[in-house]
Design a protein around this ligand. Structure first.
Ligand code: 4AD
Ligand code: MG
Length: 462
């Protein structure tokens, strides 16, 4: 008999009413009395378990009663609708075959485990309700991201993982080499001689696909990337990982205001799709992870986001009746506590724009005041900065000057500078931290719990 997917049983229950079906999955719980028992079975296709009823007519009744949590089994039986019970239907088993009896020391027993403990069993945690919900939402959100851009005429670009281009600062990029690190490194002029390395020069793993994205945007009009991003920053926080996924759209003929319109529309789309496709998962998150989550997400879809200048944000922070750990200053970045205050002050996502140029990247468009750049960060309650973007400096001379001021190698980036000579455009783009978005959508408090196998300072297990 063909196996039926449990999700299908829940979504199209009446099609299966009184039918004989076969399901396969893993035991979540077993309860039995002398003559009958119940198995809660999950096959990973759906958030809810199926209740299987078995009785002592079955030849292997004793074997079934001894099933342990995590065992894999196949069940055939009849689907009976149960209007008066907690679950909408149950399967009355005609046979239960045990594929593998899970060992008694299975680490996921029927009790609530802490997230810290579950990180130590990252190979098993997707089997828990919480992580089942989180990673199903992750999958749905990833698809929604592609869908949004595909539906809106963007071309998907696979930007390189190996690069020599310095976008966000090479200090934060992992180096990549085939030089033998167990031997003394070849030297030239008192420095490592990378001409002997595989690419003949110093190479890195990408910390952003933006610069390559800009080249393709100048061919296709608008593009997006979506892929792994690596940063070597030694930041041990709840919102930083050394490997994370970033979405980076780049749009020609688009200024900062239009960019914010796109960011807002995009975020609302992804949230709306997750609300539609993951109702059970979000209900679970609302109940056990962040009370009021669904209300918050619905509000995001129906409100318009606040937009304010960095200067105005600092004004608000300075007026706040609060003891800061870091004093808010006009020329400086926003600390976590500032982001938190601002997002709570406006009770929703906030665009902070026009930042002091000295704390932002070289490629950002200089504003007429010559002190600020046309950059924008989208801040949300909890996850903080989820998107960082800007209008790009499209003027060749200004860009070269800025790179020289900052000591950036213009020769290595000659190909990038050429975009400003051959049909330069007003263009803009942003990067969305996918895990930070997931933290916001699920209410999870730690980035380590929304990425399958987190890589953070001191941790590269699994
Ligand atoms: O603000 P960032 O550094 O911007 C860029 O990389 C630009 N090149 C993007 C662009 O304009 N195309 O990073 C973008 C986003 C941040 O807003 C944050 O959400 C996320 O990437 N991010 C991280 N997420 C997890 N762990 C880290 N260490 C992160 N660093 C940045
Ligand atoms: Mg940023």
């Amino acid at each position: 008999m063909e196996t039926t997917i449990i999700k299908d049983l829940f979504r199209n229950t009446t099609n299966y009413e009184n039918q004989e079906i076969k399901i396969e999955g893993w035991v979540r719980t077993v309860r039995d009395s002398k003559t009958f028992g119940f198995i809660e079975l999950n096959d990973g296709s759906f958030f809810n378990n199926v209740q299987v009823v078995f009785n002592n007519n079955l030849s292997n009744f004793d074997e079934i009663c001894k099933l342990t949590i995590g065992s894999s089994i196949a069940v055939t039986g009849k689907l009976i609708i149960t209007p008066d019970a907690k679950q909408p239907f149950e399967i009355q088993a005609t046979s239960v075959t045990v594929d593998n009896l899970s060992s008694q020391d299975y680490p996921l027993q029927k009790k609530r485990h802490t997230f810290e403990y579950l990180r130590t069993v990252a190979h098993l945690r997707p089997r828990t309700n919480t992580f089942n919900a989180i990673f199903r939402i992750r999958s749905v959100a990833a698809f929604a991201i592609h869908e949004y851009f595909q539906n809106n005429g963007y071309v998907y670009l696979n930007s390189p993982i190996i690069t020599c281009a310095d976008c966000e600062g090479s200090a934060e990029m992992f180096k990549l080499t085939t030089l033998d690190l167990d031997k003394p490194l070849p030297q030239k002029d008192g420095q490592t001689d990378f001409t002997q390395d595989i690419f003949g020069k110093k190479a890195f793993i990408t910390g952003s696909g933006q610069l390559h994205g800009e080249t393709f945007a100048h061919a296709f009009g608008k593009i997006y990337t979506f892929g792994p991003t690596l940063r070597s920053e030694n930041s041990n926080t709840k919102t930083h990982a050394n490997e994370f996924w970033m979405v980076e759209p780049e749009i020609c003929f688009c200024d900062l205001e239009q960019l914010m319109d796109i960011e807002e529309d995009f975020l609302k789309y992804v949230v709306k799709v997750v609300l539609e496709k993951c109702p059970e998962e979000l209900e679970f998150c609302d109940k056990f992870i962040e009370n009021g989550l669904i209300e918050k997400l619905k509000k995001v879809c129906n409100s318009s986001f606040t937009r304010l200048d960095h200067k105005e944000a600092i004004d608000i922070l300075k007026k706040a009746d609060k003891e800061w750990e870091f004093q808010p200053e006009y020329g400086e970045d926003l600390a976590k506590e500032h982001e938190k205050y601002i997002t709570e002050y406006f009770n929703g996502p906030v665009f902070v724009k026009n930042w002091p140029k000295d704390i932002k990247a070289f490629y950002m468009k200089l504003n007429p005041d010559e002190k600020t750049v046309a950059a924008v960060d989208l801040e949300v309650p909890g996850a903080g900065e989820i998107m960082g973007g800007s209008q790009r400096e499209e003027d060749y001379d200004k860009l070269v000057n800025r790179m020289k001021e900052l000591g950036i190698d213009t020769e290595e980036l000659d190909w990038y500078l050429q975009l400003r000579k051959f049909g330069s455009t007003v263009h803009s783009g942003f990067g969305l931290g996918f895990e930070r978005l997931l933290m916001y959508i699920t209410g999870m408090q730690n980035i380590r719990d929304v990425i399958p196998f987190p890589r953070t300072p001191g941790n590269c297990d699994f």
